[in-house]
Ligand binder design. Sequence first.
Ligand code: PGA
Length: 249
Amino acid sequence: MRKNIVAGNWKMNNDLSQTETLLTAIKQQTQTTNAEVMVAPTFVNLYPAVNTLKESNVEVIAQNMHFAANGAYTGEISATMLKSVGIETVILGHSERRAYFNETDELLAKKVDAALENGIRIIFCFGEELADRKANNQETIVKSQIANALFHLEASAFNNIILAYEPVWAIGTGETASPEQAQDMHQFIRQTLEDKYNSEVANNVSILYGGSVKPANAKEIFSKPDVDGGLIGGASLKADDFFAIVNAF
Ligand code: PGA
């Protein structure tokens, strides 16, 4: 079922004590919300974060995972390891993973399968680069990113998938897609899902927008009919800003 979701992607920020401080503030401020709230600390702080947020309505999620169950993959972390510390949702396909760690659609398809096989929900990210937008190729790019990594799945898999449209040119740049640009793309994504699957899949999937969402613009973006929330980077590192974005619902 479609839900309002605000997820904070902390990226490679916050050591253990900073994590505890921020989580304590978030926990106090998010007692009652109109959206599902999630935070994604770095791997080493997932387990302490799960403990800190035990009696809260904030879910701790992971920023990435490997596709293999275990084995000789130095430095990597598997779905079962995430599950063993209480993680039930993972972000996959973030543009920084694609750009700096060479994650391809093919690799992401394997990660998607591994997450779903282990009962882990996915926030699947995709989005065009500035050159694609300038060339008016954004829909082609987004459609191929979704198709290549997800269209081998059965319709029922989408019960455990959240989509996050994050135009690369808007991530960490201060430049946000206009609410209309976000709405147009989210509508296109739903249409793409309807064409491939059916209207139930299209209407039930939550589609988040990500890219320089701030307290000042969240309300307008979230008010668009096909925008179900946000994946928040920079503004999720300050409890007050993150809380203001959550409260935009
Ligand atoms: P930003 O990052 O909010 O700092 O632009 C969003 C993201 O990368 O998910």
